[in-house]
Design a protein around this ligand. Structure first.
Ligand code: DX5
Ligand code: ZN
Length: 221
């Protein structure tokens, strides 16, 4: 079970301190990159991301919500992200992009928007390290968890078992909180992004711990 706080809605004027708040109970720092084209929101540039990666005590999991991942994704791996996720909807040559990410020593992952079916990634499934199943429409933090995405999470878990690919992680992102993480874990997710549930709380470190406990309990069911 991996907990990945997203700094999208954290205090951007003081990110090193925000990251330090959660580091002891987290596994990855989730960095959301948006270009205002693939999604209607803009976040960090490559240079800003490099600075965050440099300052982060946690390994960085970069989630690219941009229209040109085939060009950009390798640059985020080169910048030091330990995991780079790009959207399958935006890629014209996913296999090549996966390989270029891996050449820089990073894990390679593909993301699916809510309306994208799991089958879209079947041609490259053996090559990836993680599947990101979006549980909100990408673009903003603080949205409501889409319960109907649990079907896709279950389908992904079943498919990975059937293909003997259980080493591939299943990440969920969007609306993950103390109220929803158990549902996602029970369906088969093992890697959890949480933004507002963590940084909107009075005790971000304690919330990370509780999220992990709930995920462990639910997955054991
Ligand atoms: C949304 C981003 C998420 C966002 C999650 O498009 O990909 O990572 O930060 O925020 P919460 O946990 O508040 O839904
Ligand atoms: Zn994200």
């Amino acid at each position: 079970m991996r907990i990945c706080p997203s700094i999208l809605n954290a205090d951007h004027s003081n990110l090193p301190q925000e990251i330090a708040k959660v580091a002891a109970n987290s596994d990855w720092l989730h960095l959301d990159i948006m270009d205002d084209i693939f999604v209607p929101n803009l976040t960090f540039t490559l240079d800003q991301s490099k600075e965050i990666i440099r300052q982060s005590v946690l390994p960085v999991d970069s989630h690219l919500m941009i229209i040109d991942p085939d060009d950009q994704a390798p640059l985020y791996a080169k910048a030091g992200s330990k995991s780079v996720t790009f959207h399958i909807e935006a890629s014209h040559k996913p296999l090549e992009t996966i390989n270029r990410i891996k050449e820089f020593g990073a894990r390679a992952a593909v993301a699916l928007k809510p309306n994208t079916s799991l089958a879209e990634i079947f041609p490259i499934i053996e090559e990836i390290d993680m599947i990101l199943i979006m549980t909100v429409e990408p673009g903003f933090g603080g949205q409501k968890f889409m319960k109907d995405m649990l079907v896709k999470v279950r389908q992904a878990r079943t498919e990975l078992e059937r293909r003997h690919l259980s080493k591939i992680w299943i990440q969920v992102d969007g609306g993950i909180s103390l109220d929803t993480i158990s549902l996602a874990a029970e369906a088969g997710a093992d890697t959890f992004v949480a933004g507002s549930a963590v940084f909107g709380a009075g005790d971000p470190l304690g919330v990370c711990d509780q999220l992990r406990e709930l995920a462990i309990q639910a997955s054991a069911k």
